[in-house]
Design a protein around this ligand. Structure first.
Ligand SMILES: CC(=O)N[C@H]1[C@@H](OP(=O)(O)OP(=O)(O)OC[C@H]2O[C@@H](n3ccc(=O)[nH]c3=O)[C@H](O)[C@@H]2O)O[C@H](CO)[C@@H](O)[C@@H]1O
Length: 353
């Protein structure tokens, strides 16, 4: 009888794309894959070709909000729904990628004695993963932060969708309508977009497009219609299909330092200028992710507070000047594409050879 796995994770694409990276390898081993996510989360739009089960999820905020009360009821409801789904599916294992939808699923799995494997993408775990960690038998890590994982941590690297590494520059340039005469700058604000990065780019668009051909992934609802049709500028909310060709066409990136994006840049040897999500809007995990990449010479970093049209331009010039050096450092990197490492851990724990 074939084995069964439930994947979970959502809220932002960073909690979904590693699961997408694992699905082909799991199916190649004849493992039946199911996904538990929310109705309205980005995971519902990104997961295709496997049965998708809906539960409610509540967000645990680090600030006071009336929603904290209503969300407690959602979490309790989600836990009950997850238990019902898991009881009927009887999976051999649950793989939780993080985000708040993971919490009721991991807790319900533990309650039903179903083993849980967790993946932590960031340098420091978020609240959702800290809550799941208690229930996990193994915590796979993108960064070598094994001491933070309470003896359960295994350094695996980050699962990366294999298709992302096999794009074509020619196809990317054609899709974007760029000649390839200017360097192509990919701007990516994380899966939900980054308003501060978008604003800084918009404020300096004339100068930037005089130097670069720009492909800008702005995030849902964050397109700027005044830039439609502008030469050397293409904007998208989010690219699901064909991102590999866009990545292949890019010479440089300007990006948030979400863990998945930066490990993808590393695997692609794409030099990036990182603008971490600031402490005012997060627990600071992107700052630590970016510091790690800067220290190893894989990327340059600029703080959001320091972002002006002038500093942005000079930081991009610096990045261009150090491009070959950064590519060399990334080529010698020891960080692995985690897809096979995570797969091996999952297969071993359910006895599949
Ligand atoms: C705002 C926020 O809290 N972000 C967190 C979220 O990342 P968030 O989802 O914002 O960003 P990540 O960089 O981690 O992941 C984005 C993923 O979406 C993909 N993508 C992006 C744009 C696009 O058009 N098409 C596309 O496929 C990227 O290739 C990547 O695989 O989870 C990460 C992993 O825990 C954290 O490091 C981030 O801090």
């Amino acid at each position: 009888m074939s084995k069964k796995i439930v994947l979970t994770g959502g809220g932002s694409a960073g909690h979904v794309t590693p699961n997408l990276a694992l699905i082909p390898g799991l199916q190649a081993h004849d493992i039946e894959v199911h996904y538990i996510g929310t109705q309205d989360g980005i995971e519902h739009t990104l997961v295709h070709g496997v049965p998708y089960h809906v539960i409610e999820a509540g967000k645990m905020r680090r600030y006071a909000s009336a929603k904290n009360i209503t969300d407690i009821f959602k979490i309790i409801k989600g836990y009950g729904q997850a238990k019902k789904i898991l009881r009927s599916l009887q999976p051999d294992i649950v793989f939780a990628k993080g985000g708040f939808v993971s919490v009721p699923v991991a807790w319900a799995a533990a309650k039903l004695n179903i083993p849980v494997i967790l993946h932590e993408s960031d340098y420091t775990p978020g609240l959702a993963n800290r809550l799941c960690m208690k229930k996990a038998q193994t915590v796979c890590l993108s960064f070598d932060t094994r001491e933070a994982a309470g003896g359960k941590g295994v350094l695996t690297g980050s699962p990366i969708r294999s298709g992302l590494l096999t794009g074509s520059r020619t196809a990317g340039l054609k899709k974007l309508g760029f000649s390839g005469d200017k360097p192509v700058l990919l701007i990516m604000g994380g899966s939900l977009g980054a308003q501060a990065v978008n604003d800084a780019v918009d404020a300096d668009i004339e100068e930037l497009t005089s130097r670069y051909s720009i492909v800008h992934l702005r995030g849902k609802g964050k397109l700027n219609p005044t830039l439609d049709g502008k030469a050397d500028y293409r904007q998208f909310e989010y690219i699901e299909e064909g991102l590999n060709d866009i990545f292949a066409a890019a010479d440089l990136a300007l990006s948030r330092s979400g863990a998945n994006a930066i490990f993808e840049f590393l695997a692609l040897r794409l030099p990036a200028l990182l603008v971490p999500l600031p402490l005012s809007a997060s627990r600071g995990d992107q700052i630590l992710n970016a510091d790690y990449f800067k220290k190893r010479g894989y990327a340059e970093v600029i703080a959001q507070e320091d972002l002006t049209p002038e500093t942005l331009l000079s930081a991009l010039c610096e990045l261009e000047a150090h491009r070959e050096e950064l590519i060399g450092n990334m080529s010698r990197s020891v960080e692995a594409d985690g897809t096979n490492n995570v797969l091996t851990i999952i297969l071993k724990s359910i006895g599949v050879k």
